[in-house]
Ligand binder design. Structure first.
Ligand code: NAD
Ligand code: TDX
Length: 354
C-alpha cells in the first residue's frame, strides 16, 4: 500500500537515521523529509539516499502553520513522524524562547494540520518523538522511568518537550487524533552534531582540545545506539497502540566521567596514541544549571508488547561510532566551522581562547 509519510527534522541526527531506514525498507512509501535546516540540520547526512525515487526533501519551518497545511494537502500526507526540535539543553538555558516556539508551537502547528486534513481518513497516524528528560531526574541506584512516572521537567528544553507531549495527548483526548508518543534516553552514533557529549569529546580528543566535564562528572545517562532508536520508531509507528506512550532506553547507564574515560581509551587506541594519553585534556568546569542527576529508562512495555530489543553491545557500537567520526573528518570539519565556532567561543570563552 502506498503511504505518504512526513518525517520532520529528517536532516538532523536521529531524523536522518529514521529517514534512511524508511526510504530503504519501504519503497512503496513516499517519504517527505521536512526540515528548516537550522544549525543542526544537514543534508549531507542523507547523501546516500537522496537520489532514491521515494525520497523527497521539503525545506519548511514547522511553526509556519499555513505552509504546513498546504504541504499536508498537496502531498496528501497520512502519517507523521515528528522529530523536528531544538534539542540541546545548554542552548535552551541561553535561549528558552526558541525552544518554546519550535518545540511547542511547531508541534501544535503539525497537530492542527493533521486534525484538519485527517477528519475523514481513518488510516492515519501522528507519531511524536519525545525524550526521557520530561520525567525529571532520578536519584542514584533507585527506580527507572516508566510510562507512569510523573512529568517533572527541569530545563527549558525538557519543559518545552513536556508541553508538546501534553498537546499531543490533548489532541488524542479531544479530537480522537490517532497519536502515539515515545520517550527515549540519550542517543549516540554517526551524524550527531558535535555539541552533544560524545561527538564533542571525540572531536576535542582528536584536536587535543580541553574536555569540559560539568560538575564532578557524576551524572548518569542511559545510552542507546541511534539505529536501535530508529528500529523502535519503525515498530511503534506501525504497531504501537493508539493513544499510548512507549519508553525506549538502552538499559545502559554510565556515569559521565566513566564514559569519557572509555571514549578516551577507544579514541587514543584508534589514533595510535599511548594508553591514557588524552586524560590530561579533562577539565572540570562549572556545572550545568539545573543539571539532572540521572536518567534511566524502563523499556519493558516496548519489549513485551512490540518485541523490541537493542541489537549488539555498547562497546561495539561506541567503537563503531568513534571510527565513523575519525573516518568522516570532512563532515566534522564542515559542521564545526562558522556559527558553531562562534557559539563555542562564547560558551567556553576561557577554555577555547587559546
Ligand atoms: P537534532 O538537533 O540533531 O535535529 C533536529 C532537526 O530539526 C534539525 O535537522 C533541524 O534543522 C530541524 N528543525 C529544528 N527546528 C525546526 C523547525 N522550526 N522547522 C523544521 N525543522 C526544524 O535533534 P536530534 O538529536 O536528532 O533529536 C530529534 C528528536 O528526538 C527531537 O525531538 C529530540 O527532542 C528527540 N530526542 C533526542 C534524543 C537525543 O539523544 N538526541 C533523545 C531522545 C529524544
Ligand atoms: O561539554 C559537556 N560536558 C558535560 O559534562 C556536555 C555537552 C555535556 N556534559 C554532560 C551533561 C550531561 O550530563 O554530559 C551529559 C550528556 O549531555 P548532552 O550530550 O548535552 O545530553 P543531555 O543533556 O543528557 O540530553 C540529551 O539526551 C536527551 C539530548 O541532548 C536531548 O536532546 C535528549 O532529549
Amino acid at each position: 500500500m502506498q503511504r505518504n509519510i512526513l518525517i520532520t527534522g529528517g536532516a538532523g541526527f536521529i531524523g536522518s537515521h529514521v529517514v534512511r531506514l524508511f526510504v530503504n525498507k519501504y519503497p512503496n512509501y513516499q517519504i517527505y523529509n521536512l526540515d528548516e535546516l537550522t544549525y543542526a540540520g544537514n543534508l549531507a547526512n542523507l547523501k546516500d539516499i537522496e537520489q532514491k525515487p521515494n525520497y523527497h526533501f521539503i525545506k519548511a519551518d514547522i511553526i509556519d502553520f499555513e505552509s504546513i497545511l498546504n504541504i499536508f494537502r498537496e502531498k496528501q500526507i497520512c502519517g507523521v513522524i515528528h522529530l523536528a526540535a531544538e534539542s540541546h539543553v545548554d542552548r535552551s538555558i541561553k535561549d528558552p524562547f526558541t525552544f518554546a516556539k519550535t518545540n511547542v508551537l511547531g508541534t501544535l502547528s503539525l497537530l492542527q494540520a493533521s486534525k484538519i486534513c485527517w477528519e475523514n481518513n481513518k488510516d492515519t497516524r501522528f507519531y511524536h518523538i519525545s525524550t526521557d528528560e520530561v520525567y525529571g531526574a532520578l536519584e542514584m541506584n533507585t527506580d527507572l522511568f516508566t510510562e507512569e512516572t510523573k512529568y517533572s521537567p527541569h530545563s527549558p528544553y525538557s519543559a518545552s518537550k513536556a508541553s508538546s507531549d501534553h498537546f499531543v495527548r490533548a489532541f488524542y483526548d479531544t479530537y480522537e487524533l490517532n497519536t502515539v508518543i515515545s520517550n527515549c534516553s540519550n542517543n549516540y552514533g554517526p551524524y550527531q552534531f558535535p555539541e552533544k557529549l560524545i561527538p564533542l569529546f571525540i572531536n576535542n580528543i582528536v584536536n587535543e582540545k580541553p574536555l569540559p566535564v560539568y560538575g564532578k562528572g557524576e551524572n548518569v545517562r542511559d545510552w542507546l545506539f541511534v539505529e536501535d532508536h530508529a528500529r523502535a520508531i519503525d515498530l511503534i509507528f506501525h504497531k504501537g497502540q493508539t493513544g499510548e506512550t512507549y519508553n525506549i532506553g538502552g538499559s545502559n547507564e554510565w556515569k559521565n566521567i566513566d564514559l569519557i574515560k572509555e571514549l578516551i581509551k577507544i579514541t587514543d587506541e584508534l589514533l595510535h596514541r599511548p594508553k591514557g594519553y588524552s586524560e590530561k585534556l579533562i577539565i572540570y568546569v562549572t556545572d550545568r544549571a539545573g543539571h539532572d542527576l540521572r536518567y534511566a529508562i524502563d523499556s519493558t512495555k516496548l519489549q513485551r508488547e512490540l518485541g523490541w530489543q537493542p541489537q549488539q553491545d555498547f562497546q561495539t557500537n561506541l567503537r563503531l561510532t568513534v571510527e565513523w567520526y575519525l573516518q568522516n573528518s570532512d563532515w566534522l570539519n564542515n559542521v564545526t566551522s562558522g556559527e558553531y565556532l562562534n557559539y563555542y567561543k562564547t560558551m567556553y570563552n576561557e577554555i577555547y581562547e587559546n
